[in-house]
Each structure stands twice: as structure tokens, then as C-alpha cells.
Write a protein that binds this ligand. Structure first.
Ligand code: MN3
Length: 297
């Protein structure tokens, strides 16, 4: 079962202005083939389908625990997209007779305006919806781990490209954090495979380690806090055995890998104000006041 904490894994800055083009690009990190919905659902299904847990518990713990962290990653990407879309309506609404929903015309991602009420879609940047076809869960541990290493490598490529595609500070803050956390997951799956395969070092296989996380200033600052070494245990009591895999020197700087029995510092979940042109949330002011009074009683 799952416990939910109403915080983001990291604090997001509030944008100075709307940036719907950045929001459109960031969608790829949500529902693209290598996006966070894919990492979340791959590890979730693999953990459900895992056999012989009692005998190879550390591998189960690793996959199940990373799945929980990924839930917080889709939350972070979505809140980033929503912050980037915020005030898009206010920018044009009613000014010089502009159509209230005029911003949807010619927008790089019309679904944000027409279907999601300035919110996130479960889709990639090209508009294709996220698909269960992106989930690979064979029940074969080595094959699934190899896939996860590949998936994190593709996800890292996607993050780096989106980072380089936008200079939006909100997007870059989120991506900097996820570059570091995805790096941990990529390395953890490589280590898990190495332990299963007489020490074969998979990090030598793909060019990904050549692009160091510290190259990206927004990632570097999280590395300075040690986030590239930590595997957070997202459970009050469980998933302890992943420390049998996540140990030894971290790939970037040789500092020790560490399982942290605590949650990330975290940040506030943004509360975005209503957008009347969108009828979102679509509860009128009198009803809101009436409800607010009822909730106080
Ligand atoms: Mn992730």
C-alpha cells in the first residue's frame, strides 16, 4: 500500500511569467516513452510481478522502492508544467478585446488550454498519449534490470535535451534535480546487474557517464548536497535490504553510496489560483465562501 505526503521532493521556484512553450517541451519528461510515467509504471509492474521475493529480497526492495520515488517524480514534473502554464490566461484575457481563450490558438500544446485547464497531460511533447506499451515487465530479473538501465539511460538523454532546450529557471530546477536522481537509479540498476553478473561494469557500456551531472549547474548544486549518493527509503519500515546493492563508491566522485532512512527535504506543493476563462476550478466565489465556512465549523 502507499502513503502519500503532501510535499514535492524539491522546492520549485515561482515563475516570473508564463512560458507555455517550455511547458510543452517539458511534457516529454512526463508522458514520453522515456518520461517519468514510464519509469514509474515499469518499476511498479515489475515489483508487482516479482517472484521469489524471500530469496532475492534486495532486488525486490530496490525496484519497489525506486517505484515509490518515481511517483514523486511525476508529481514534480506535473507541478512544473502547471507553474509554467500559470497566468497564461491572465496575460491576454480581455486585453484589447482579445479572445479569452485566444492563447490556445497557435499554442505549441493546445491540449493544455483546450483539455487540461492549464494542467498537465499524460502525454509526451509530440502529443502522443502515454501508453502501457512502454511497460516492460517480463518476470526475468536480469532482463528487467537490463531494461531499467536502458530506460534510465534514455530518460537521462531526454532530461539533458529538455534542459538544453529551455532556459526557463523553473524547468531547469526540476530537471537538475531529476538528472541527479535519475543518475542514482541508472547507477543502482547497473550495480544490481553487476552483482548478478560477476562484476561486469555496465556503466562502461553506454556513453552516458561521459556526460557528468556536474556539467549542469542546476544538477551540480544538488550533488553538492550529496543527492547523487543517496537512495532514499520511501517507507517507514520496509525495503531495507536494498542497501545490500546500493553500497560502494559512487561513480561520479567515489564518495560512498548511502541508503537514507529519511525523506528528501522537499518543498511546498504550489496552490495555483483560479482561472475564470477556464472555468477552473469552476466553483463560484459565493459557493467557495460558503464551503469555506462549513469546513471551519
Ligand atoms: Mn525518475
Amino acid at each position: 500500500m502507499f502513503l502519500r505526503i503532501d510535499k514535492l521532493q524539491v522546492e520549485l521556484p515561482r515563475p516570473q511569467s508564463a512560458d507555455p512553450d517550455a511547458a510543452a517541451t517539458v511534457q516529454e519528461l512526463m508522458g514520453g516513452k522515456f518520461g517519468e510515467m514510464s519509469t514509474l509504471m515499469n518499476y511498479t509492474y515489475q515489483s508487482f510481478n516479482f517472484r521469489n521475493k524471500s530469496k532475492i529480497r534486495p532486488y525486490y526492495d530496490l525496484i519497489a522502492n525506486i517505484a515509490a520515488e518515481e511517483m514523486g517524480h511525476i508529481e514534480l514534473v506535473s507541478n512544473t508544467i502547471n507553474l509554467l502554464l500559470d497566468r497564461t490566461a491572465d496575460d491576454v484575457d480581455g486585453a484589447d478585446g482579445a479572445a479569452p481563450l485566444g492563447m490556445a490558438e497557435g499554442a505549441s500544446y493546445p491540449d493544455h488550454f483546450l483539455n487540461a485547464g492549464l494542467g498537465t497531460m499524460a502525454a509526451g511533447a509530440g502529443g502522443a498519449k502515454w501508453s502501457g506499451d512502454y511497460v516492460f515487465s517480463t518476470g526475468n530479473l536480469k532482463l528487467d534490470l537490463l531494461h531499467n538501465f536502458f530506460l534510465e539511460s534514455g530518460a537521462r538523454m531526454g532530461k539533458i535535451r529538455v534542459y538544453e532546450a529551455t532556459d526557463n529557471p523553473v524547468a531547469r530546477e526540476m530537471i537538475g534535480y531529476l538528472i541527479v536522481r535519475g543518475g542514482v537509479h541508472q547507477e543502482a540498476y547497473a550495480k544490481a546487474l553487476s552483482d548478478l553478473s560477476d562484476g561486469v561494469d555496465l556503466t562502461k557500456l553506454l556513453p552516458v557517464p561521459e556526460i557528468k551531472s556536474e556539467k549542469f549547474p542546476h544538477a551540480k548544486k544538488f550533488m553538492d548536497k550529496g543527492y547523487h549518493r543517496f537512495l532514499y527509503r520511501f517507507s517507514p519500515n520496509d525495503y531495507r535490504e536494498m542497501s545490500k546493492i546500493w553500497n560502494g563508491p559512487q561513480a561520479d566522485d567515489g564518495q560512498p553510496r548511502e541508503v537514507v532512512d529519511d525523506l528528501p527535504e522537499g518543498g511546498e506543493v504550489p496552490d495555483l489560483s483560479e482561472v475564470s476563462a477556464m472555468f477552473a476550478p469552476g466553483v463560484n466565489a459565493e459557493d467557495v465562501n460558503e464551503l469555506a465556512q462549513k469546513f471551519v465549523r
